[in-house]
Design a protein around this ligand. Structure first.
Ligand code: NAD
Length: 501
């Protein structure tokens, strides 16, 4: 991002995005400051009142109209994503398709998931009718990353809107046009609720202004370091915060796994989107007896792929200009620490492109095994058995996704249950991301809270619990008029009941 056109010496008013592939300028975008953010939040707050008052079925219909508009303009949206991130057009189209699936699920399921539900009362509350309902929070601030600039933020935006909120969205400074297009399509598909979804553009200072703007929740996706900063700002006002951060996802391959299927999935999970996937494959633990055979298959498949901007390219450039340097540092460090490069090596990094790198025997304390590489690099280490694989997979300070390859799906699921990951696939990679009903998220440095699924809808609501008194209770304990003898009888009764078991 380049800031341009200073209106005053102190503050530029616009910034320029550039193609990650060529460095050529793409477009100018407003550099929104606290005033612009405050205006967007005010406008969103006004729109939210009308939106929350609608019957859930009307909100669903509006969101489905927006989905239809996105599907109709799929090519334009995919081209915008591709221009801004450098990912191939086909990958960008797939990102739009996944986004549509999630938006459809959120729109269609919000009324069922968030409806008022009766709950049972207890011995001393039989006179009450008790229920709970999930109410919208108000305005949600969404701060997004650049690697999946539509799919990832939609995990918050679509679900927050479906739950009756308004959203102010701050896309990454690398992908503002994708964010602006998303909000523009909403306004044209649902003009009667224009302003319900607004995009504000800029970098850290715009995100900071959004976190300070008085929104009722901040949903953040990005790196753990930035999450800590935004969370500290939210802490000042006790603004609820949801963090979807990075990962260092491990794949475990057992001795009886289908090695061709495992190699195919590992290569795709590690290299697609140039490895810039939060739940992409970065580490593999393969039991010793199949380790060499698996490595050979991965090298053969990965060696046939190359990055570029043309039609034959398997993936595009590193989107973030500085990322190639991090990848080079990880690969060099792994080799210097005793790891072996089975395919490529430090020379594979030719910014903005990085050719596939396959490593093995990398010490577990090397940066390539501990830090998010976020590039087309995979380390395949041998382990004695599944127990050691589980132990190593769980040793990371990240805990986002994982995968298990195993002949028997049920046995694979048993291994999955031992992994400290928020999302796990057996005999595939990233299988969970395409199932909208499945909550997505991690723990530790991978963040906390969940997007997607029922939890993802509830994440953008506050529970309101209600009791309605149906009749005057035989033992009214919430009154100063209760005789002491009645109160003592109630205590005796409770004690007798609770001592039984
Ligand atoms: P980043 O942390 O640099 O930026 C994320 C967002 O925060 C951007 O919009 C940025 O402008 C904004 N920001 C930066 N500083 C800020 C501040 N002080 N206050 C408020 N906002 C601020 O991350 P990135 O490079 O855009 O994204 C890549 C990271 O995101 C990777 O770590 C990746 O794993 C992670 N990611 C996670 C998921 C997930 O769902 N878990 C999905 C995609 C990406």
């Amino acid at each position: 991002m380049t800031e341009t056109a200073p209106a005053s010496p102190s503050r530029p008013t616009t910034f320029t995005t550039r193609s990650p592939a060529t460095g050529e300028p793409l477009a100018e975008h407003p550099l929104d400051g606290p005033e612009e953010v405050a205006r967007a939040v005010d406008r969103a707050r006004t729109a939210q009142a009308g939106w929350a008052a609608l019957p859930a079925s009307r909100r669903r219909d509006h969101l489905l109209r927006w989905k239809k508009a996105l599907a109709t303009d799929l090519d334009t949206v995919a081209r915008t994503i591709s221009d801004e991130t450098g990912k191939p057009a086909g990958d960008a189209a797939l990102e739009v398709v996944l986004t549509l699936e999630h938006l459809a699920w959120a729109a269609r399921n919000a009324a069922r998931v968030l409806r008022r539900r009766k709950v049972r009362t207890g011995l001393f509350t039989v006179h009450q009718r008790a229920s709970l309902v999930h109410r919208p929070l108000g305005v949600v601030g969404v701060i997004g990353p650049w690697n999946y600039p539509l799919f990832t933020p939609m995990g918050s935006i679509g679900y927050a809107l479906a739950a009756g909120n308004a959203v102010v969205f701050k896309p990454s400074e690398l992908t503002p046009a994708t964010g602006a297009l998303l909000a523009g399509l909403f306004d044209s598909a649902v003009p009667e609720h224009a302003g319900l979804l607004t995009t504000v553009t800029g970098a850290a200072s715009t995100g900071d202004a959004l976190a300070r703007s008085g929104v009722e929740k901040v949903a953040f996706t990005g790196s753990p370091g930035t999450a800590r900063k935004v969370m500290a700002v939210c802490a000042e006002t006790l603004t609820p915060f949801l963090a979807e951060c990075g990962g260092k996802d491990a794949v475990i391959v057992t001795g009886d796994a289908d090695l061709d299927a495992a190699a195919d999935a590992i290569v795709w999970g590690a290299l697609s989107n140039a490895g810039q996937t939060c739940a992409g494959v970065e580490r593999v633990y393969a039991v010793r007896e199949i380790h060499a055979a698996l490595c050979a298959r991965v090298v053969e498949r990965a060696g046939a792929l190359s990055p570029g901007a043309g039609a034959g390219a398997a993936y595009g450039p590193m989107t973030l200009p500085g990322q190639a340097g991090i990848v080079e540092r990880h690969v060099t460090g792994a080799v210097e620490a005793g790891g072996q490069a089975l395919l490529g090596g430090p020379d594979s990094v030719r910014a903005p492109y990085v050719a596939p790198v396959v490593l093995t025997g990398v010490p577990e304390d090397a940066a390539a095994m501990t830090d998010e590489t976020f590039g087309p690099v995979v380390s395949i280490n041998a382990v004695a058995d599944v127990d050691e694989a589980v132990e190593r997979a769980n040793a990371s300070r990240y805990a986002l996704g994982a995968a298990v390859f195993c002949r028997n799906g049920r046995a694979g699921a048993a291994v999955a249950a031992r992994l400290r990951a928020g999302v796990v696939s057996v005999n595939s990679v990233l299988g969970f991301a395409a199932v909208p009903a499945l909550p997505f998220g991690g723990s530790q440095d991978s963040g906390f809270g969940r997007i997607h699924g029922e939890e993802g809808l509830r994440a953008f609501t506050a529970v309101q619990s209600t009791t309605v008194q149906r009749f005057t209770p035989p033992i009214a304990l919430t009154s100063f008029d209760v005789p002491a003898a009645t109160r003592e009888r109630a205590v005796r009764l409770a004690r007798a009941l609770h001592r039984r078991r």
